[in-house]
Design a protein around this ligand. Structure first.
Ligand SMILES: [Zn+2]
Length: 89
């Protein structure tokens, strides 16, 4: 199996789950699939905007616009890992 990342349907699916991925709400297999896609798909990495992700998470969790610094750090860490792996690939 050597599927190419970048299929549009696949991207939509990934981006829908990105917030759950950041929030550690996905099981190991699902989050691994998301991470692998983000690593292989640069358009998704670009669309996976950190600020937007943080805002959405905060709106969902707290109903406010104050981003907990812990949450922000976790989002940034996840994104950094994905980006580093993308550059190494
Ligand atoms: Zn993609």
């Amino acid at each position: 199996m050597s599927e190419h990342a970048g299929d549009l349907d696949n991207c939509e699916h990934v981006l829908e789950q990105v917030f759950q991925f950041i929030d550690n709400e996905l099981d190991t297999a699902s989050s691994d699939a998301i991470r692998k896609h983000l690593v292989a798909c640069e358009p998704c990495l670009e669309r996976f905007d950190v600020e937007q992700a943080v805002k959405s998470l905060v709106a969902k969790c707290c109903g406010g616009d104050r981003a907990p610094s812990q949450l922000r750090s976790r989002v940034l860490a996840q994104l950094t890992i994905a980006r580093e792996q993308a550059h190494l690939a």
